[in-house]
Design a protein around this ligand. Structure first.
Ligand code: SF4
Length: 326
């Protein structure tokens, strides 16, 4: 581990000032400290923001749900408001990591977590994300767990978060605070596809802080759920996953929110699947035909061609599961 200085921010202004000077924010530390130990990350200054007042879950004036950036994964997963309104969020959180990690890791940190690409974590391997311009060992290496959607010649790593897939499906917004004040970014624009700059992963400006994630109010109540397919049933990242939310009234699907995980360089919203089911009556045939669009535009790699079919089946199954309870 490289030497670093540590400071604990006592208020938001102090945190922002330290962030402006290049300090890295830390809260639960479950990803960053790991990466520092492995010498993948070597920030000069850590700014502990754990004491800032960002621990609240509340219903907004417009009827949405605002989850403070420092709410832990465990707190969010067990919060009655989250459990009642958005089971897809709870399930995504509960299928992530271990209970110990969920007690430490925060919602803000979760969506900021870095890829599990093994080459990224191996400092002897070429990795454009870790060392811009050095190449990408995964392109010709073992790329079974890598992305098939949103990839570039520079990087094919997946985004590892489960709850981010639920947030993408529900069209959440990320609230940010920086030296120039507050702003809100649609979740779809917050996490960046790699393009030619895979080292740039979020639409954050220098020193900006995530203050909350807001799930907007939906005109109709949504039945929802999250399905995660992985090599083993615990403590494993998704090969594929599907977050689905549906509103069905009088036998017709009125609203559909669908996103996939484990397959994209960012959580992958599936508008073609949504459009295929809206206005239709649920049936096994509909779910299969809609899910057939899930891998539209996919570019599988040598070792992960299986993800194309697995993704379609994952989405089909989760559409059926949520369709049965909606
Ligand atoms: Fe690095 Fe991305 Fe290539 Fe993995 S896929 S080695 S993170 S550039």
């Amino acid at each position: 581990m490289y030497p670093f200085t540590y400071t604990k921010a006592t208020d938001t202004r102090e945190a922002l000032d330290a962030g402006q000077r290049g300090g890295r924010y830390i809260a639960g530390g479950t990803t960053l400290v790991d990466l520092m130990r492995e010498t993948v990350e070597h920030p000069g200054t850590l700014v502990d923001i754990g004491g800032l007042p960002l621990h609240e879950v509340r219903v907004t004036e417009r009827g949405g749900l605002r989850i403070g950036a420092l709410v832990t994964m465990a707190e969010a997963a067990t919060h009655p408001k989250v459990r009642i309104a958005y089971p897809v969020v709870c399930q995504a959180l509960e299928l992530s990591a271990s209970a110990q990690l969920r007690n430490m890791a925060t919602i803000g940190g979760n969506i900021m977590q870095r890829t599990r690409c093994t080459y990224f974590r191996d400092v002897t391997a070429a990795c454009n994300k870790r060392e811009p311009g050095s190449g990408c060992a995964a392109l010709e290496g073992f790329n079974r767990t890598h992305a098939i959607l949103g990839t570039s010649d520079s990087c094919v790593a997946t985004h590892p978060s489960d709850v981010a897939v639920a947030f993408a499906a529900l069209e959440a917004r990320v609230h940010l605070l920086g030296p120039d004040g507050e702003r809100t970014v649609p979740f779809a624009d917050f996490l960046l596809k790699p393009g030619s700059t895979p080292n740039r992963e979020q639409a954050l400006r220098q020193g900006e802080l995530i203050t909350a994630v807001e799930i907007p109010a939906h005109a109709r109540p949504l039945a929802s759920g999250y399905l995660k397919v992985r090599d083993r049933q615990s403590y494993e990242f998704a090969l594929t996953s599907a977050a689905v939310a549906l509103h069905i009234r009088r036998g017709v699907i009125r609203q559909a929110k669908v996103a996939a995980g484990g397959v994209g360089t960012v959580p992958w919203k599936l508008p073609a699947v949504e459009q295929a089911v809206i206005g239709e009556r649920p049936s096994d045939r509909l779910w299969a035909e809609a899910a057939d669009h899930a891998a539209d535009g996919a570019h599988p790699l040598r070792h992960n061609r299986f993800k194309v079919e697995l993704l379609k089946r994952t989405v089909e199954r989760q559409l059926r599961i949520v369709g049965d309870i909606a």
